[in-house]
Design a protein around this ligand. Structure first.
Ligand code: NAD
Length: 323
C-alpha cells in the first residue's frame, strides 16, 4: 500500500506520515520546504520521517505541473493520496495573496490532475478548513451549511479547492474526501499559530494579544485526534461520483482565554495580556458538528485541551532546548 502525502514536512503531514509508516505502509512525501515559517522545523520533521523504514521524499512544489504530473507514471503503485500541502494562515493572506492562489488553487488542481492519471488510485483525502464557514453560519457548523461568505482569501482558496474537487468527482469519478480541519494544535505545531506564539511570548515575558478580551471561541483539536480521523477517512473511500466534505474538529468550542489559562498552568508562567479588536479575517467562533465523520469514518476525538495543552507545552519546552 503506497500513499502519496503532500505537505509531509508540515505539522499535520509529519504526524499523518508517522502513523501511516507505523502501520506498515509506504509513504512518498512531497513538500517544497518553503520559507513561510522556520525551515529548520520542517527539516527536523522530515528527518524524523526519513529515519523510519518505508518513507521516500520528493522536494517539489505541487503547483509545478511539470514536476508533479510525471509522478503518475513514476509512482504507479500509489493507491491513495493525502493532500495537505497548502499556504495556510488567515492573516498572511493580506501580505502575500498570490501564494494562496498558487498553492491552494493551482496546486490543488495539479493534485487532481495527477490523481486522475494514477491507474490504481482508490481515494484522495485533502485538507480543507473550518474557515470556509465564514461569518454568518449558525453553530455548530454543519457540512450542509451554505458557505458562500469567506472572510479571508485563505478561506476563499480552500472553498475553491472544494469546488474544483466537486467538479472532478462529477467529471472523472475521482473518489475524494475533503476534511475541514478545526484549529489543530499539538507537538511539532506551527510557529505562526496562536499556541506557539502564546507559549513563546509567555516564556519570554512578552505580552500576548487576545482579541475581544479573549472571548473568541475556537474548536481546538489535538493533532493525534486529527491523525486518527485522517486515517479513518482514508480507509473509508468516498463513492467515485460523490466527493464528500467532512468536518473534523473536537466538537468543543473553547474561549481563547481559557486556552491561555491552561497553557499558563502547563508552562508555570503567567501571560501579560493586551486586548485588541478582532481582525476582519477572523470569525467570532468555530464549532464543528462531527456527526457525519463519526458515522462514515468512525471518528471519535478524545483529547480535551486539559490533556492536549500539557503535551504541546512539554514538546515546546524540549524544542526550545534544542530538540
Ligand atoms: P504546515 O504549513 O505546517 O504544512 C504544510 C506543508 O506544505 C509545509 O511543510 C509546506 O512547506 C508545504 N507546502 C506549502 N506549499 C507547498 C507547495 N506549493 N508545494 C509543496 N509543498 C508545499 O500546515 P499544517 O498546519 O500542517 O496544515 C496542513 C493542511 O491543513 C493545510 O492544507 C492547511 O491549510 C490545513 N489546515 C490546517 C489547520 C491547522 O489548524 N493546522 C486548520 C485548517 C486547515
Amino acid at each position: 500500500m503506497t500513499v502519496l502525502l503532500t505537505g509531509a514536512a508540515g505539522f499535520i503531514g509529519m504526524h499523518v506520515a508517522e502513523s501511516l509508516l507505523a502501520r506498515g505502509e509506504r509513504v512518498i512525501g512531497v513538500d517544497s520546504l518553503n520559507a513561510y515559517y522556520d525551515v529548520r522545523l520542517k527539516q527536523a520533521r522530515l528527518a524524523r520521517l526519513e529515519a523510519m523504514p518505508g518513507f521516500g521524499f520528493i522536494n517539489a512544489d505541487i503547483a509545478d505541473r511539470e514536476a508533479m504530473l510525471p509522478l503518475a507514471a513514476a509512482q504507479v503503485e500509489v493507491t491513495r493520496i493525502v493532500h495537505l500541502a497548502a499556504q495556510p494562515g488567515v492573516r498572511y493572506s493580506l501580505v502575500d495573496p498570490f501564494a494562496y492562489v498558487e498553492a491552494n488553487v493551482m496546486g490543488h488542481l495539479v493534485m487532481l490532475e495527477l490523481a486522475r492519471r494514477l491507474p490504481r488510485l482508490e481515494h484522495l483525502v485533502y485538507a480543507s478548513s473550518s474557515s470556509v464557514y465564514g461569518g454568518n453560519c449558525k453553530l455548530p457548523f454543519a457540512e450542509s451549511d451554505r458557505v458562500d461568505h469567506p472572510v479571508s482569501l485563505y478561506a476563499a482558496t480552500k472553498r475553491a479547492g472544494e469546488l474544483i474537487s466537486e467538479s472532478y468527482g462529477h467529471l472523472f469519478g475521482l473518489p475524494q474526501t475533503g476534511l475541514r480541519f478545526f484549529t489543530v494544535y499539538g507537538p511539532w505545531g506551527r510557529p505562526d499559530m496562536a499556541p506557539w506564539m502564546f507559549a513563546e511570548a509567555i516564556l519570554e515575558g512578552r505580552p500576548i494579544t487576545l482579541y475581544d478580551g479573549g472571548r473568541l471561541k475556537r474548536d481546538f483539536t489535538f493533532v493525534s485526534d486529527i491523525v486518527a480521523g485522517v486515517l479513518g477517512c482514508l480507509d473509508h473511500p468516498a463513492p467515485a461520483n460523490a466527493p464528500r466534505v467532512l468536518n473534523i474538529g473536537n466538537h468543543r468550542s473553547v474561549e481563547v482565554r481559557r486556552f491561555v489559562d491552561v497553557l499558563e498552568e502547563a508552562l508555570g508562567r503567567q501571560a501579560v495580556v493586551v486586548d485588541a479588536p478582532r481582525p476582519a479575517t477572523d470569525v467570532e467562533e468555530t464549532f464543528a458538528d462531527i456527526e457525519a465523520i463519526r458515522a462514515l469514518c468512525g471518528y471519535e476525538p478524545s483529547t480535551p485541551i486539559e490533556v492536549g495543552i500539557p503535551r504541546f507545552a512539554e514538546w515546546f519546552l524540549s524544542w526550545r532546548k534544542g530538540g
